[in-house]
Design a protein around this ligand. Structure first.
Ligand code: MEV
Length: 318
């Protein structure tokens, strides 16, 4: 049996983070330059059903039965096995690696789960469709994030730009003209769970105040949908800035994010905002191709620990 590889990309939210948890629409795109990979292959030294899991980046080298079932890697493998309902499970090994920054708003946890689910199901001869990969990834996310909106598992499992709203059919965005984005990492690691639950507490205290802000963010995401498809970068730029002002009002920005956002705008970006959980992690800026290098340099100059540029382009017609 050969080595089977499951992969999943990172992601970045362009519009609507946090408000999406409260039922507003949001837009996210996959980031192919970073990815999670799961290599799955037979383990001839173990007994049937024994599953060896290695994630050397985080110093993990163990058997599935030794892991806490709540551990995300154990949950991803167990949910896959439960979905497949196979009578015979051979001994196999899962080797996981990822270059997606952790706790930085780029979906590293969801991408690792999706890669494992894909790799294990394909290795066992029953590759799961993207819809099931997405649903199972959501289940793993739920264990750790409490109340994930569902946008991360969808953008990552389908590897397509999405317009997502809880309880509505998922929309894939058919991009007509390309846009260019720069992602700058503050290097500050803040788990999404932390900012989502903090905002949850504040929302419970003053629901009316927060719901109004979420609704305004929802309207921004609605307007951004068409502007993104058509690459109307002037409109997108101002919508990014408006969304950032509201995220700041929600107290989700911080000094390092503000300084990267300001640097990107000063260097000629059309718009910029934090992306994902906030209070650290990544920001994104939209720039014309001519300004990309200047924006990248400006981000490094004010202390970004990593900068990734990515293009959102029309999908090749198959
Ligand atoms: C995390 O990538 C985006 C948040 O809106 C949380 C979620 O949607 O589950 C902050």
């Amino acid at each position: 049996m050969a080595v089977i590889t499951g992969k999943a990309p990172g992601k970045i939210i362009l519009f609507g983070e946090h408000a999406v948890v409260y039922g507003q629409p949001a837009i996210a795109i996959p980031v192919a330059k970073v990815k999670a990979t799961a290599h799955v292959f037979p383990d001839f030294e173990s007994r049937a059903g024994e599953i060896h899991i290695q994630a050397l980046d985080i110093g993990l080298d163990t058997f599935l039965f030794e892991l806490d079932p709540q551990h995300p890697l154990a949950a991803a493998v167990n949910l896959t096995l439960a979905e497949l309902q196979l009578e015979h499970i051979p001994a196999f090994q899962v080797q996981i690696s990822s270059n997606i920054p952790i706790s930085a708003g780029m979906g590293s946890g969801a991408a690792i789960s999706a890669a494992v689910i894909r790799g294990v199901s394909a290795f066992l001869g029953r590759p799961l469709p993207d819809s099931t990969v997405s649903a199972l990834t959501y289940e793993v996310e739920r264990i750790h994030h409490g109340n994930p909106s569902g946008i991360d598992n969808n953008v990552i499992a389908y590897n397509k730009p999405v317009y997502y709203q809880r309880g509505q059919a998922l929309q894939f965005l058919q991009i007509e003209n390309e846009t260019h984005w720069v992602i700058g990492d503050t290097g500050e690691k803040t788990p999404t769970l932390e900012t989502v639950s903090d905002l949850g507490t504040r929302h419970a205290d003053k629901p009316h105040y927060y719901d109004q802000i979420f609704q305004t963010i929802g309207v921004i995401a609605q307007k951004a949908r068409r502007a993104l498809i058509e690459a109307d970068i002037k409109t997108l730029g101002s919508l990014l800035n408006e969304n950032q002002a509201l995220l700041s009002e929600l107290d989700l920005s911080c000094t390092s994010l503000d300084s990267l956002i300001k640097a990107a705008l000063d260097a000629g970006a059309e718009g910029a905002k934090l992306s994902g959980g906030g209070r650290g992690g990544n920001m994104i800026a939209l720039a014309s191709p001519a300004k990309m290098d200047a924006v990248e340099k400006a981000l490094y100059d004010v202390g970004a620990v990593n900068v990734i540029s990515t293009k959102l382009a029309r999908e090749p017609q198959s």
